[in-house]
Write a protein that binds this ligand. Sequence first.
Ligand code: ADP
Ligand code: ADP
Length: 233
Amino acid sequence: IATIQLKDIKKLYKIGGETVAALDGITTNIYQGEFAALMGPSGSGKSTLMNILGCLDRPTVGSYKLDGQEVAGLSDDKLAVTRNKKIGFVFQNFNLLSRISALENVALPLVYSGVGRKERLEKAMHFLEAVGLADRAEHQPNELSGGQRQRVAIARALVNDPHIIMADEPTGNLDTKSTKEIMEIFQKMHGMGRTIILVTHEPEIAACASRQLLVRDGKITRDEGRGVVMDVI
Ligand code: ADP
Ligand code: ADP
């Protein structure tokens, strides 16, 4: 079965007396190991869709099954547990805590998972190594470049070993060289079999994905490369 199954998802907002459909009937499957890029103009519904996919928000109407489990029926606590276990998040602005080290930032999600300190730091170091930043473990975010900060954020997204990675404009604040490095890391994660969903405005970034979805007026209006899963390394 598909990792993500969306059936006629709608998200409605009441503004004044009017109802606005931020999402207006989204039906699609995303399969384990797919690398999907979400594109579309500002206001088309990408953030709303990502919030629902990421279990940060629920649809007004429709069904979202994550690994076969209906998300709409979960309590807030269960939703949070599911999110923490299954999904790693990467943001445009990195969202690192500024007063703690890179290593401690990476270890943070493990605090919520109840992992002991020694194991937290070992795991965090493992993932910092994986993104090539073991030698920056004790640095605080403000002592790192943008690209390095995003690598720390990716290590943090991976530390709970989620099988899905969701990223919203992860290279939006990076220069060309860092963008290339970050996209190589995404392709490596994809090669290792993780499912990746990435929002981007840039066609060059979307071209790194195996599937491109275009969102317009709360609907998916184009879907290319669907079901193409690249070779696992
Ligand atoms: P995108 O991420 O593609 O820019 P959004 O998902 O942020 O699009 O927004 C889609 C539409 O839904 C827009 O018209 C936006 O104004 C509206 N919208 C999003 N969130 C809310 C909200 N919390 N309340 C009311 N309207 C919202
Ligand atoms: P993005 O830059 O990702 O497109 P937006 O600037 O559209 O994001 O929205 C930022 C936040 O504000 C989101 O959390 C969204 O849900 C909320 N939002 C967007 N449009 C509206 C709106 N018309 N009314 C209330 N909240 C909104």
